[in-house]
Design a protein. Structure first.
Length: 151
């Protein structure tokens, strides 16, 4: 991206997904916390060693041991079992700030998760495509766990 390519459109990211889960709200919310935290892994199945302090202001981070790691975000809002929201740089090692929202609601046959990731920063098209793939993989694992399947 060159300086002339830096338009507001190029500096913003929005990913919206809806995930239908055949499980109750509380079970789905617990699966979401597990998969974002200790159950978080790459699409290839490698653990990311993630931790969530599930309270307002709590950290969401990658723990590499011995005081090493990567800060992802703070819990901006949590209202069990219907809302989980984060604000921070996430995985980025470039200038970017993100807001990630999970809104859960009861629907016929289970739970609907409305997911929205908005970001502002220097995000390449390649990274944007990778984020969409990563979130889709994550949400598939949340759904499978909540529905009683394996991660």
């Amino acid at each position: 991206m060159t300086a002339t390519d830096q338009t507001l459109e190029n500096l913003t990211l929005t990913i919206n997904q809806e995930i239908r889960v055949q499980a109750p709200l509380d079970v789905t919310f617990a699966a979401l916390l597990e998969q974002l935290g200790p159950g978080n892994e790459t699409p290839e199945g490698k653990s990311l060693n993630m931790k969530i302090e599930a309270w307002p202001g709590g950290r969401w981070y990658r723990d590499l041991g011995d005081g090493n790691g990567h800060f992802w975000a703070n819990v901006q809002a949590i209202k069990r079992p219907t809302l989980l929201e984060f604000a921070g740089p996430l995985f980025a090692s470039f200038p970017m700030v993100s807001n990630v929202q999970y809104r859960l609601s009861e629907v016929d046959g289970g739970t609907l998760i409305a997911f929205k990731h908005t970001a502002l920063g220097f995000v390449s098209d390649e990274h944007k495509a990778g984020m969409n793939k990563g979130w889709t993989s994550m949400h598939d694992r949340v759904r499978k766990q909540a529905e009683g399947g394996s991660r």
